[in-house]
Write a protein that binds this ligand. Structure first.
Ligand code: HEM
Length: 506
């Protein structure tokens, strides 16, 4: 008995020394660090729901900045994460030295977990080749071809607002915008009319809700258990239900198009066109894009393109309701572009003339940076320039863009919503101020152009005919909640709607 107790005691003491040693990783490397706590590292409050994970990164940013450090280290449980804060260093990592950080370190299994075998999770040469194949699908010409899809869904959103206005009901912006974004991207990435605006509880929406619900337990499992073991045990990054649903949905659509010779101008078609054969170096033939790659990348565009746009539009409209004078200025610009005609249909080209709306979008992306960090994994040992610190291969890197965008050293009164931050007058100051809501460098967001067009057209649809005020149930101060792809405004955000008096604008 005594022997067993002694053995257990020795194991406990050994384990505790080992875990302490794991938590000394950054101090052993001479990197400033935030003091970790047992088991949780620096994410105890975040794990207990008392803080957002993104707020932990903001806290770390200011802690390191207060001691004049250019970078620092934190721990997710026992996994070290490196946080660079110096803007010159960040630019170097994302641009000149991007090849040292050619991965993101997400959970994926190429053979068995089809939906995670896509551009955003791929690394190195595989990523580079896939990115080159997919990039043409996001050119301005291709995005312009999809404008009519966004416009049609936008009209539907506009009539929903009209209907609510007539019935004197408040608008739940998160709900309507989520359906708006899902319908646009489902049409462009899967080629289906999902009709979430008319039927918010359809099957696609239900599976999407699960997809966008953060799952801390999964993230922990992925950190602690070998990925091949997880896969052997039947674990999938998204859950089996979601896997089966989305794979079947996209496969059915591919089969339908192949069988009926149907073509459309959307992302799915552009990827299907890449299935033609190419010659490989060894003289064989292979598809430029395999069928599974079409499925996983369609799914990626859906996942990356719906949550991000909808959270940003919800923040933007929240700010409009909080700032009636800014809302009014945007509306006047929209009427001007619409040639003061209530029936005028805005064109793709017209959107370029909405300069003040652009400023509002940028200010929203600055202050509420929905993708709060740019994530990388170090793929070859990297000596930080001007130091003797080496970041080891396999280290996670988080670039704290939300913190940088709200740092008073770069933006005066950073918590004040001020579109003038992106006006002509501040152009010179902006050169030194960090602003990269879509990331930076060769791996920045591939969907940026598509996202910006969608947001601007959504502004036209929401603002031209209606005014918004905060409903009494909606807090004046914006609070945040997390989703796996973005942060979004907390809770149900309701606005009271009034139809504008057209006489004031024509
Ligand atoms: C306002 C909306 C959006 C924001 C704020 C946003 C932000 C970002 C950010 C910060 C990244 C990481 C960039 C980096 O690592 O340097 C990213 C990557 C990506 N985004 Fe977006 N995004 C948005 C909309 C979209 C849309 C609409 C799509 C697709 C239609 C999309 C597809 C992607 C993809 C595929 C990647 C991975 C690119 C790669 O690894 O090569 N995003 N996005």
């Amino acid at each position: 008995m005594l022997a067993i107790i002694s053995l257990l005691l020795a194991l406990v003491i050994g384990a505790s020394f080992y875990l302490k040693w794991k938590h000394s990783y950054w101090s052993r490397r001479g990197v400033p660090y935030m003091e970790p706590e047992f088991f949780f590292g620096n994410f105890k409050k975040a794990s207990l729901g008392k803080m957002l994970p993104s707020e932990v990164i903001v806290k770390a940013y200011y802690e390191f900045k207060s001691i004049g450090a250019k970078f620092g280290g934190i721990y997710f449980a026992y996994t070290p994460i490196w946080i660079p804060l110096d803007t010159a260093l960040i630019k170097q990592l994302l641009q000149k030295d991007y090849w040292n950080f050619a991965g993101r370190g997400n959970f994926y299994h190429h053979k068995n977990d089809i939906l995670t075998n896509h551009l955003a999770f791929s690394e190195g040469a595989g990523w580079k080749s896939l990115r080159a194949k997919l990039s043409p699908a996001f050119s301005s010409g291709k995005v312009k071809n999809m404008f009519h899809i966004i416009d049609r869904v936008g009209d539907q959103a506009e009539s929903i607002v009209m209907d609510l206005c007539k019935r004197n009901q408040p608008l739940s912006i998160k709900e309507v915008q989520a359906c708006f974004s899902i319908d646009v991207i489902a049409s462009c990435a899967f080629g289906i009319d999902s009709n979430s605006l008319d039927n918010p509880n359809n099957e696609l929406r239900q599976h999407s809700r699960k997809l966008f619900t953060p799952n801390f337990l999964s993230r922990l499992l992925e950190q602690f258990v070998n990925w091949d073991v997880l896969n052997f045990l039947g674990y999938s990054g998204l859950g089996k239900d979601a896997d089966n649903f989305f794979v079947k949905l996209i496969s059915d659509m591919i089969n339908y198009r192949d069988k009926n010779n149907v073509t459309r101008q959307d992302f799915l078609q552009l990827m299907l066109n890449l299935r033609q054969k190419e010659n490989t170096a060894d003289g064989n033939e292979k598809n430029v894009l395999a069928r599974d790659e079409v499925i996983s990348n369609s799914f990626l565009l859906y996942g990356a393109g719906s949550g991000t746009v909808s959270s940003n539009m919800s923040f933007l409209m929240y700010e409009m309701a909080r700032h009636p004078e800014i809302q009014e200025k945007a509306r006047r610009e929209i009427w001007e572009v619409c040639k003061y005609d209530p029936e005028y249909k805005v064109t793709y080209e017209d959107l370029h003339n909405l300069k003040y709306c652009d400023m509002i979008i940028n200010e929203t992306l600055r202050i509420h940076t929905s993708v709060t960090e740019v994530r990388r994994m170090c793929t070859t040992d990297y000596q930080v320039p001007g130091t003797n610190v080496t970041i080891q291969k396999g280290t996670f890197v988080l670039i704290p863009i939300w913190a940088l965008h709200n740092d008073p050293d770069y933006y005066e009164n950073p918590k004040e919503f001020n579109p003038e931050n992106f006006g002509e007058e501040k152009k010179a100051d902006r050169k030194n101020a960090p602003f990269f809501p879509f990331g930076e460098g060769i791996r920045s967001c591939i969907g940026m152009r598509f996202a910006l067009i969608q947001m601007k057209l959504a502004m036209v649809k929401y603002l031209k005919h209606f005014k918004y005020e905060l409903n009494s149930k909606t807090p004046k101060d914006i609070q945040y909640e997390a989703s796996p792809v973005a942060i979004e405004p907390k809770g149900n955000v309701l606005f009271d709607i009034k139809k504008v008096d057209i006489e004031n604008y024509i």
